[in-house]
Design a protein around this ligand. Structure first.
Ligand code: FAD
Length: 229
């Protein structure tokens, strides 16, 4: 992809706002470039709408698929799309610092439209770094770009509103119970997550129990004399 040194219009952000602006500018005959750091157009709300592997259309609702129309109109407009491009500076002279394909460069534009949209602002809660804990935005990105959703039971915690102490306790109870049950050493050992912990004073007992358990199964003929584990 050849990025020119100068354009009539440079748009930053390929969400609905940036796509619409770039389409309009290109249709008006202006040399237009659209920089976006994502690999595909769509921004947050229409993320990956043109390339998502999701087949069940109803999962994200009709609104999501309207994004495809915007992306197609943009693709047909003649504007240049530069995905995977991060804009890191903009001077008063409308010189745009952009990194693309591992190289940084300066591009000039007569007009610059910033359509960099929204970002999610996660707030820390106890346990937010634990495996399996993610923000709703991350869950959406997973769904839209890879067609994946978290496995098993999903709890959603949100900020705002109010609830009584009883409601809070009832909301947290299943998580606390699950945590207590699953953090027991035997739970992890039983699932081969570790090598097990045996009190040294009871190691002979555990060995005898293991040998006794093996005797419950028929012993197949072997050709080795001694087997060491
Ligand atoms: C995590 C998340 C989930 C959301 N979910 C919903 C929802 O379910 N329903 C709903 O109605 N609204 C949702 N919103 C709000 C909705 O996404 C926005 O209102 C809408 O996407 C804004 O469109 P936009 O074109 O202004 O910007 P965006 O869609 O945010 O697009 C901006 C684009 O600019 C790019 N960009 C930003 N900075 C740079 C830079 N420096 N260089 C290059 N590219 C850059 C971004 O990667 C992005 O692709 C969500 C927002 C977020 C953050």
């Amino acid at each position: 992809m050849t990025i020119r040194d100068a354009y009539d219009v440079a748009v930053v952000g390929a969400g609905p706002a940036g796509l619409a602006a770039a389409t309009l500018a290109a249709r008006a005959g202006l040399a237009t470039v659209l920089f976006d750091e994502q690999p595909a157009a769509g921004g947050q709300i229409y993320r990956a709408a043109g390339i998502t592997p999701l087949r069940a259309g109803s999962v994200l609702g009709d609104d999501y698929w309207r994004g495809r129309g915007l992306i197609e109109a943009f693709a047909a407009s003649g504007a240049q799309h530069v995905p995977g491009a991060t804009v890191w500076s903009l001077s008063r002279e409308r010189e745009i610092g952009v990194t693309h394909g591992g190289a940084a460069r300066i591009v000039r534009a007569t007009r610059v439209i910033l359509a960099t949209g929204a970002i999610e602002r996660p707030f820390p809660i106890p346990g937010w770094t634990m495996p399996g804990v993610m923000t709703v935005g991350a869950a959406q990105i997973l769904l839209k770009t890879a067609g994946l959703k978290p496995d098993g039971k999903v709890w959603i915690e949100r900020k705002g509103g109010s609830w009584s102490p009883e409601e809070e306790a009832s909301f947290k109870r299943p998580t606390i119970e699950m945590f207590e049950r699953q953090s027991h050493p035997l739970y992890a050992s039983a699932r081969l997550w570790d090598d097990g912990i045996i009190d040294p004073r009871r190691s002979r007992e555990a060995l005898a129990l293991s040998l006794s358990a093996t005797l419950n199964a028929p012993i197949p003929p072997t050709r080795f004399g001694l087997f060491r584990m």
